[in-house]
Ligand binder design. Structure first.
Ligand code: WTA
Length: 665
């Protein structure tokens, strides 16, 4: 999908423009509304009257507590403690409390393996496996507060590991299976993990991604990691070397483990997990979530937004390595006693109808996926969904990046057959749970907007000075009130937590990093990140991380990475590279650099466009003007260049960019 540079790209480049024109409205279908869990606005009203009392009531009615809290919220901006003094356990809430009812024999996790194998774990099965693995963790010396890193594919044992950690109070840190050994090393080191759980290899589009080999590399010189637990998934498809005294097979450990391990009584503010995400520097941030508030956030949002009922088959297509999988494959659905479907592989394996084959096979009722997945399916054409029976679907969701109205309409017509409400859910790793979304039985939706904040959530759009802007004016999306599932800190870097999120407009105003506008109905339209974060296929990456990877290559002197719009992926990565003296700018070197970034960070970060340039545009204070480069990569008219040290540089790059684009096209 190459377009000559210097011309606007089709599709998403017009996102903003089409968003501004969008005015179609879809009220909740009457039959959906009649049966919905939330039918009216009373929850919103109640939350506005007293948000703390509101959350306290939800926590009391929807979660199990060993001991009730003494205080709902202790808010010393920007530090929040929710349900102070309360005792609970996430694993108990997700498993044990369902065992006393008929749900004991209900399917908790329905897993579809990529090669076509499948496993159903009832709540009782899950209870047994989680307790066994919790005992395994204990036998390996893992204690409350210790960190455990998981580097796995989408297998049920990943969910079991998470719940086992939660059961004994160990803090899990999951690293997406698509990240490189270097990325695993950084995250294991930063968390000072004691144990790593991995698997021999993961299935991906019929191939095997070797995970254990990457872990070997990542923990080579690590002084904290005692043990590595290895799950056998692909058998002899990939060689695995087990290191004596360090590496242990999952099945050997589980064979000997007792199935009884009572849940620890955790403090509401005890850490539950760390999840690394990209920010505006080269170093990923370990977002820390705690027990009670996080659990409440995911439990309530799952119930309200997905209208989840006992007879639903619910499927979130995300990977558990990202926050969406944490909150909406594992914790949210299981806390609600729901049936959560989990799929191991790619959407086009063995054919491009795999998603729809899964919907047909399990008669999925609720489907939650990403705009990139929808745009990919759109590109493949309607013949694939048309092959399958999708009549079981009743609700659709999207997450991770803005959805363009065309993709929304395609989803609505070809997947939902005009019958299913669509919930466009806005949130972040940091927010823990969905904060802006329609409620499917209440809100009239419009294609391209997450509509309004959920009950209890206070979101605003402000200008540079922090002043709220009038309707239909762009600005910064901020949150002006604490919420239970908010991040508590950045692991090991309290100052960065304060500086990144709470320093711009006041220490009680959370800065999301997103730009947005609000329309005359008060609906939020997210226009994308305003910082150096890019969302490539919904995956969150940092420009600076990509730049650091590039400059670590022996041929590279300097590099700048920017996101540019892409019709399928939402954003793609374009890099501008200054080579060291004597290095030749060749097409082979472009290929090498792409590969290099893939190896350093993970293949999701591999740049789409590589441009060699003699110099980079910089301000007088030597800051790279990424905004200008972004304009160039987008083929837009250039903005103000007067603050540049040498405006000529930009003209040179532009000429070259246009010339190269023509070559490629
Ligand atoms: C973007 C993913 C528009 C946004 C759950 C946010 C969205 C970032 C939406 C967080 C949406 C997420 N509409 N943009 N519905 N959902 N985003 O941490 O830029 O991977 O700040 O969490 O994704 O990405 P993260």
């Amino acid at each position: 999908m190459t377009t000559p540079r210097g011309q606007p790209r089709p599709g998403t480049d017009n996102l903003l423009e089409s968003l501004l024109k969008e005015n179609r409205k879809f009220p909740p279908p009457a039959d959906f509304k009649a049966k919905a869990i939330v039918k009216d606005r009373s929850l919103y009203d109640e939350a506005e009257r007293d948000y703390q009392a509101f959350w306290a009531k939800q926590a009391e009615q929807n979660l199990h507590w060993f001991k009730k809290w003494d205080k709902v919220l202790d808010w010393q901006p920007p530090f929040a403690k929710w349900f102070v003094g309360g005792k609970t356990n996430v694993s108990y809430n997700c498993i044990d409390r369902h065992l006393a009812s008929w749900r004991r024999t209900k399917a908790a996790i329905v897993w579809e393996g990529e090669p076509g194998d499948s496993v159903t774990l009832t709540y009782q099965d899950l209870a047994r496996e989680v307790q066994k693995f919790a005992n395994v963790l204990k036998s390996l010396g893992v204690k409350k507060g210790d960190r455990v890193t998981m580097y796995m594919g989408m297998v049920p044992e990943l969910a079991i590991s998470m719940l086992a950690c939660a059961r004994i109070g160990a803090i899990h840190s999951i690293v997406f299976g698509g990240f490189s050994a270097d990325s695993v090393r950084d995250r294991v080191n930063d968390a000072q993990a004691k144990l790593v759980i991995t698997q021999d290899g993961a299935w991906r589009r019929g191939n095997v991604v070797p995970l254990k080999v990457a872990v070997d590399d990542a923990v080579k010189d690590n002084k904290y990691v005692d043990k590595v637990v290895v799950l056998r998934r692909v058998g002899d498809k990939t060689p695995v070397k087990m290191q004596e005294g360090r590496d242990l097979w999952w099945h050997d450990l589980m064979a000997k483990a007792s199935p009884v391990c009572p849940a620890e009584q955790m403090d509401a503010e005890d850490p539950l997990f760390i999840l690394y995400t990209s920010g505006t520097t080269g170093k990923p941030k370990g977002i820390l979530h705690t027990t009670g508030g996080y659990l409440l956030g995911v439990t309530m949002s799952t119930k309200w937004v997905f209208d989840i009922k006992d007879d639903d088959y619910y499927w979130c297509t995300a990977d558990i390595g990202w926050v969406t999988g944490h909150s909406y494959i594992v914790y949210g659905p299981l806390s609600n006693g729901a049936t959560s479907v989990m799929y191991e592989g790619g959407p086009d394996w063995p054919d491009r109808d795999r998603f729809w084959a899964i919907v047909e096979k399990y008669r999925i009722n609720i489907l939650y996926t990403s705009p990139t997945a929808i745009r990919t399916m759109m590109k493949w054409g309607t013949e694939f969904p048309a092959r399958r029976d999708l009549s079981s679907l009743r609700l659709l969701g999207t997450v991770g990046e803005p959805i363009n109205p065309e993709a929304w309409m395609w989803y609505h017509e070809n997947i939902g057959k005009g019958r299913c409400p669509i919930v466009d859910t806005w949130w972040q790793t940091e927010t823990g749970s969905i904060l802006i979304s329609p409620l499917p039985g209440v809100t009239a939706t419009k294609p391209g907007t997450g509509t309004t904040g959920l009950p209890g959530i206070a979101a605003k759009i402000v200008d540079e000075k922090g002043k709220e802007v009038p309707p239909n004016t762009g600005g910064y999306l901020v949150l002006t009130r604490p919420w239970p599932s908010m991040l508590r800190t950045i692991w090991g870097d309290q100052q960065r937590y304060v500086d990144t999120y709470w320093n711009r407009f006041g220490k009680d105003i959370y800065v999301t990093g997103d730009g947005a506008r609000r329309d005359e109905d008060g609906y939020f339209w997210i226009t994308g990140r305003v910082d150096d974060v890019v969302k490539v296929s919904g995956h969150r990456l940092s420009n600076i991380e990509i730049e650091s990877a590039l400059v670590s290559h022996p041929s590279v002197a300097e590099a700048a990475a920017v996101g540019r719009s892409d019709a399928v992926k939402g954003e793609a990565v374009a890099v501008f590279v200054v080579l060291k003296q004597g290095q030749k700018a060749t097409p082979e070197l472009k290929q090498t650099l792409r590969q290099w970034v893939g190896e350093k960070i993970g293949s999701i970060a591999r740049p789409d466009d590589v441009f060699f340039t003699a110099d980079l545009p910089k301000t007088r204070s030597a800051k790279i003007m990424r905004r200008l480069l972004r304009d160039l990569a987008e083929g837009r008219v250039l903005g103000d260049t007067t603050t540049l040290t040498d405006p000529g540089i930009v003209e040179n790059i532009k000429q070259q960019y246009i010339a190269e684009g023509k070559e490629e096209a």
